[in-house]
Design a protein around this ligand. Structure first.
Ligand code: M6R
Length: 608
């Protein structure tokens, strides 16, 4: 969601702040701004829309300050206008904010009663006025922030700049991530290490409830109780990563094409390929033979990876699986047994609902395992065991390579738990591991259908509604296909279990309705084929994603057929994800949509 950057530098910082904000663009935003201290006075520039608009403002009216804060805003309270854009400046300070101040209404009422005037619709402005109120009472900037933080409810990260204090930057973290970058006579604040990578590879993450006072030579951390806190400095890999699209037009295209490599890398981390066994790079936090169910919690695409894993865990490990979307789970008060296992799945490792669910499960005495892509994320730090996906940074808002890497980890986990429960024989494990080893090659083979998929997308781009159908492990992929299409093309799409067709959605079928059928050759193929025939009988326009056998058995006129390579059925979703992603991608490109930063969406959903 919003991105925060702060710099205490030795030369004008505005240009560096904007460059750093560009590295946070992937998180999603709709306005941006920067403020610096010039001669001890705060001056700011803000603009609606993309950072290029802010750059244009800065070109017309440059900022010369050596200390500054910047922000990309993903609107929550108030429209994405220049007035609502951060930094907010009043009362001798400027503030940028990521997250939500839940009690802003009561604080606003309290401050209005004291005579304060509000000029924006944002929740953030109360923070500026609250700190300003304490400054007027004679508190120092540090004391004013310390007095303000306990008054704020919600999940947020904040950065402050104070007039007359050229060597001070204050950051605070409660729920949303914030990192300090240590430079040579310079200091930085950023929403993540990626933003700070051009300046330093030495990072300290604030813990929840922490705040930090930075000068150019020092970083003083305090915990939620106001006590001085030692927070470790770590070296990050982020600097090695260049935020570029390579030869691709969009990050999403690059990330789709990276999948054979990153899925291969992830599998290599979890499999002993020569022994034909899964070799988990960690000890499971529970004895698989002693548990009687697993709970899985995640959001969006990560949830759909979890739904696929439910099929694998129940089949390979003979273990019941409960799965929930995190926004429901966190408030459901689900009873959980002590010492059971909860698996959370998250690319970013910062998704607010998933993090809250993890904390709930821990509070219930569950052991927690997190499948995460960002190794330094809050979820990775708070779970009992991290199962990393080695997808590398995913920049496109639409999750692609993180999804297939999550599937690679979850498939390995299901096999390992199956072995631990004595539910699968060594020969079965060896066969399954062999099938997994074949997945990256099959993905590369599936990529060869891209030009055909691109031409199919021209038909799809004219539809107003699209239906995706699948059975078994192709059902979560049908949901994923619909999610992918709607989030980047804005075409309304629904995913259904093919067997549910007769229970309602078949009423929608007519000659205007494209129906994407995901039909690998698995034990459900015959039944899926019957559903294909039902759609054909009602004039539906069918695009079949399947192998030659599926096309032969369907024996109906198809609007499109994406011929998939022959493969063992168990892990087909990892391979079939490729055409599903490409179909959404090319449809959105055909329609001229902003594929990497679709409207209204954020990469890392740090508010609920
Ligand atoms: O970072 P997370 O994996 O926790 O994010 C969860 C969802 O917000 C995410 O998968 C979202 O649904 C994607 N934009 C889908 O492409």
């Amino acid at each position: 969601m919003c991105g925060i950057v702060g710099i205490l530098g030795r030369e004008p910082v505005a240009r560096h702040i904007v460059e750093s904000l560009k590295r946070l663009e992937y998180r999603g935003y709709d306005s941006a701004g920067v403020a610096t201290l010039e001669g001890g006075v705060i001056t700011r520039r803000r603009a609606e829309g993309k950072l290029r608009n802010l750059e244009a403002r800065l070109a017309e009216a440059p900022l010369a300050g050596l200390a500054g804060i910047g922000h990309t805003r993903w609107a929550t309270h108030g429209k994405p206008t220049e007035v609502n854009a951060h930094p907010h400046a009043s009362d001798g300070l400027a503030v940028v904010h990521n997250g939500i101040i839940e009690n802003f209404r009561e604080l606003r009422a309290e401050l209005t009663a004291k005579g304060q005037t509000f000029t924006t619709e944002t929740d953030t402005e109360v923070v500026a006025h609250l700190v300003g109120d304490f400054l007027r009472q004679g508190l120092s900037p540090r004391e004013a922030v310390a007095a303000t933080l306990p008054r704020l409810k919600g999940a947020f990260a904040l950065a402050f700049l104070f007039e007359g204090h050229d060597d001070l930057l204050i950051g605070a973290r409660q729920g949303a991530p914030l990192a300090v970058g240590h430079g040579e006579g310079e200091m930085y604040l950023g929403s993540d290490a990626l933003a700070l990578a051009p300046f330093t590879d030495t990072i300290t993450y604030l813990e929840d409830g922490d705040w930090v006072a930075l000068t150019r030579d020092s970083a003083e951390f305090r915990d939620v109780a106001g006590r001085l806190a030692n927070r470790p400095r770590i070296k990050t890999q982020a600097s090695a990563f260049l935020v570029d699209k390579g030869n691709h037009r969009h990050f999403m295209a690059k990330e789709i094409h990276e999948q054979p490599e990153v899925v291969g890398r992830t599998l290599a981390h979890y499999l002993d390929m020569s022994a034909g066994r899964v070799r988990l790079p960690f000890d499971l936090p529970v004895d698989p033979a002693a548990i009687d169910r697993i709970s899985i919690v995640a959001c969006g695409t990560a949830y759909l990876a979890g739904l696929t894993a439910k099929y694998w865990l129940e089949r390979f490990a003979r273990l019941p699986v409960e799965i929930d979307v995190a926004s429901e789970f966190r408030y459901r008060e689900a009873p959980m047994s002590r010492d059971g296992l909860t698996v959370v799945i998250s690319q970013s490792g910062e998704t607010a609902d998933t993090l809250a669910s993890l904390r709930y499960a821990k509070g219930q005495g569950q052991k927690t395992l997190a499948v995460v892509n960002v190794a330094t994320s809050t979820i990775a730090r708070e779970c009992d065991v991290v199962a990393p996906t080695l997808a590398g940074p995913e920049i496109g808002v639409a999750s692609t390579k993180a999804f297939t890497c999550q599937l690679a980890v979850l498939a390995s986990l299901a096999i390992a738990i199956g072995r631990g429960r004595g539910a699968i024989a060594p020969e079965t494990e060896a066969r399954l591991v062999g099938d997994l080893i074949g997945v990256p090659g099959l993905m590369a083979e599936a990529m060869k259908r891209e030009s055909q998929i691109a031409s199919l997308s021209h038909h799809l781009s004219r539809a107003s509604d699209v239906l995706y159908l699948g059975r078994g492990t192709a059902f979560p992929l049908a949901l994923e296909g619909a999610l992918k299409l709607k989030e980047i093309s804005y075409i309304h799409a629904e995913g259904y279990a093919a067997g549910e067709l007769k229970h309602g959605p078949i009423a929608l079928i007519d000659e205007n309705m494209p129906v994407i059928v995901i039909a690998p050759s698995d034990q459900w193929l015959e039944k899926t084929v019957s559903n294909v025939q039902e759609v054909a009988a009602r004039g539906g326009r069918i695009v079949l994603i399947g192998d030659r056998k599926a096309a032969d058995e369907a024996a109906v006129t198809l609007d499109g057929f994406v011929a998939m390579p022959d493969m063992a059925p168990e892990f087909a979703p990892m391979v079939y994800a490729v055409p599903v992603q490409m179909l959404a991608y090319h449809t959105a490109v055909t329609m001229g949509k902003d594929v990497d930063q679709p409207r209204n969406l954020a990469k890392s959903v740090t508010v609920e």
